[in-house]
Ligand binder design. Structure first.
Ligand code: NAG
Ligand code: NAG
Ligand code: NAG
Ligand code: NAG
Ligand code: NAG
Ligand code: NAG
Ligand code: NAG
Ligand code: NAG
Ligand code: NAG
Ligand code: NAG
Ligand code: NAG
Ligand code: NAG
Length: 469
């Protein structure tokens, strides 16, 4: 009897169905399902469904980015550490192996126990910024499901299965918020309230594919600079999920899923500039950030991917910095979601060709920018800033490249200018300017590469998302 009990205890804990079939006096159909007690589950960070959406109407109790003693206006360029250039890179081994099948070198490879926490102000501020993004995404994805009726999803050719994917993406954000909160500790930023510049599902999808792009690119910009390798490891494994979300929102929008060979990376202040306007208010003792908020750049003829001819457009954006598409003025015959011809249809799909490109080299792009000094972000408690008085260049920040085109007809009274989209390739066969990318106005054409793009910040006058493809 005792033995039988312990056997059934074993069965309950492990292979209930398999054991059950052994006890039964007949041979059952083969079963592939079995149940198992779940192992201990790590709790997720406390979160609620944000109920308020809309702009902040109150008065900030504090203003400005977090700061301490500032040592200089910018960081001078220096030569690389000489030892970096000494490694021969000839395919041979140049040191004793610490263990079999293990080459010498690497960071965090000597067996020291990894500690998954931030290790510097740089780490803290970067992960806190990423956490602000995870929180907004959690709300944004839930909000879309609640805000738009099933009929509107169906009118845009998205099904119940697609809605479940959106819900699942929201749930992923709970996990991302949890690991970031755990690595930051008790003062980690918490959930805020938000405002979204969209009134139709199509606009929402475009806002989501732009927001996930700047959130993704913002992390790529700092990931290799973090002091804490273990923190970078976990963040890496979250941001690759985010990258998939970005692509899914492009596919929901009927855009070519990845029209580039390399994903763009931008500085933290660029991601914060893009994000902050859509945060209305945060809890009273919310941890503040050090990053800069640049003025908004408005792309007056921002390509509109809901149009069959997306480049044939004037003043169809919403949301300031994000330059999200507006569907308000699109006639039914110009709307691409119900178009059926290949090259015209932008119904959701794994991939879509576009006969009329959204943008192209030689396109005249009309720009208007805001002046600095405007309140923005949580509780309107941050202020847009730039040191640049006269912008002279548009910086096209895509893939691995920053390409400058001169600003023409710069008008400082209404802050307008135009520029011509350059014809530039990252590598042979890969036109650099495509996809969801960044456009900045600058005063000089400073040479920067992906690892030192932040050096451009003192020269940035205004910032936008550009929909190049
Ligand atoms: C938030 O709302 C969703 C439905 O939109 C629901 O599934 C989820 O349980 C809610 N979460 C919380 C924390 O209340
Ligand atoms: C950025 O890095 C590149 C090398 O990749 C270097 O040539 C350039 O001078 C650097 N720019 C600044 C502003 O430090
Ligand atoms: C192992 O490497 C870490 C950095 O990754 C370093 O801080 C530590 O001192 C090293 N330990 C030993 C025993 O060399
Ligand atoms: C597209 O067609 C669906 C019906 O199939 C309709 O509900 C929707 O309004 C149409 N959208 C546009 C922009 O014409
Ligand atoms: C804010 O205050 C609440 C309640 O006093 C406290 O539980 C929480 O830890 C504080 N959060 C931060 C970020 O300081
Ligand atoms: C921001 O606004 C919210 C809502 O009015 C308020 O609860 C909170 O204390 C404010 N936070 C700051 C830092 O002023
Ligand atoms: C699409 O719009 C562009 C203007 O941006 C125009 O040059 C082109 O002819 C248009 N294409 C068609 C097929 O109408
Ligand atoms: C763009 O449209 C908005 C309203 O939709 C209007 O306030 C603004 O003046 C327009 N700007 C231009 C440059 O036409
Ligand atoms: C899609 O576009 C590519 C590149 O322009 C072209 O080679 C291909 O034939 C197009 N396919 C269809 C079905 O239009
Ligand atoms: C952007 O990528 C799409 C998809 O590969 C391609 O059809 C289009 O021609 C590209 N645009 C430019 C300007 O190269
Ligand atoms: C800005 O001013 C110039 C010159 O007065 C004018 O040509 C242009 O139309 C204005 N632009 C806007 C967007 O108001
Ligand atoms: C674009 O970036 C790549 C990689 O850094 C570089 O090799 C190439 O020269 C750049 N192209 C241009 C036109 O700047």
């Amino acid at each position: 009897m005792k033995q039988q009990l312990s056997q059934s205890g074993f069965c309950a804990a492990f292979l209930a169905l398999v054991c059950g079939s052994r006890a039964a006096p007949y041979v059952s159909e083969p079963q592939t399902t079995f149940s198992q007690q779940p192992t201990t589950t790590v709790p997720v960070v406390p979160h609620t469904n944000v109920t308020f959406h809309g702009p902040f109407e109150g008065t900030p109790t504090t203003t400005g980015a977090l700061s301490t003693t500032v040592l200089a206006a910018s960081i001078p360029a220096r030569p690389p550490p000489p030892e970096l250039l000494k490694y021969p890179a000839d395919g041979k081994l140049h040191g004793d192996q610490p263990a079999p099948y293990t080459p010498s070198g690497g960071i965090g490879t000597n067996g020291s126990v990894p500690v998954y926490r931030v290790a510097s102000d740089f780490d803290y501020q970067s992960l806190a910024l990423a956490l602000y993004h995870e929180w907004i995404e959690l709300d944004l994805f839930h909000w879309g499901l609640a805000r738009f009726p099933e009929s509107e999803f169906e009118a845009n050719k998205l099904t119940a299965e697609d809605r479940y994917l959106l819900q699942f993406m929201a749930e992923q954000e709970v996990g991302h918020a949890t690991i970031l909160t755990n690595m930051l500790g008790p003062q980690a930023p918490r959930q805020c309230t938000y405002n979204y510049p969209v009134t139709s599902l199509r606009e929402y999808l475009d806002f989501c594919q732009k927001l996930t792009r700047w959130s993704e690119a913002g992390v790529y910009g700092f990931l290799p600079h973090l002091n804490s390798g273990p923190a970078a490891q976990l963040l890496l494994q979250s941001i690759t999920t985010e990258a998939r979300q970005q692509m899914i929102f492009r596919q929901f929008s009927g855009l070519f899923p990845m029209p580039v060979w390399f994903m763009v990376a931008v500085p933290q202040s660029w991601a914060w500039t893009m994000l902050a306007p859509y945060i209305s208010s945060c809890p009273y003792n919310q941890t503040r950030l050090v990053w800069q908020n640049f003025p908004a750049l408005h792309v007056l003829n921002q390509p509109n991917s809901a149009r069959i001819n997306g480049s044939d457009v004037w003043n169809e954006t919403t949301g300031g910095w994000s330059n999200t598409l507006s569907t308000q003025d699109i006639a039914r015959s110009e709307f691409c979601v119900n178009a059926t011809a290949v090259g015209e249809s932008c119904a959701p799909g794994i991939t879509r060709n576009r006969t009329e490109p959204l943008s192209y080299p030689g396109r005249q792009v009309f720009l208007k920018w805001d002046d600095p000094g405007r309140p923005v972000g949580p509780n309107n408690s941050y202020v847009t800033a730039t040191e640049v008085e006269v912008p002279r260049f548009a910086a096209w920040v895509t893939q691995l490249n920053v390409t400058y085109s001169p600003l023409e007809d710069v008008n400082l009274s209404n802050r307008t200018a135009y520029t011509i989209q350059p014809n530039v390739s990252t590598l042979e066969g890969d036109p650099a300017i495509n996809g969801t990318m960044f456009l900045a106005l600058t005063d000089i054409d400073l040479y920067v590469t992906p690892y030192n793009l932040t050096q451009l910040n003192p020269h940035v006058a205004a910032l936008a998302m550009y929909q190049a493809g």
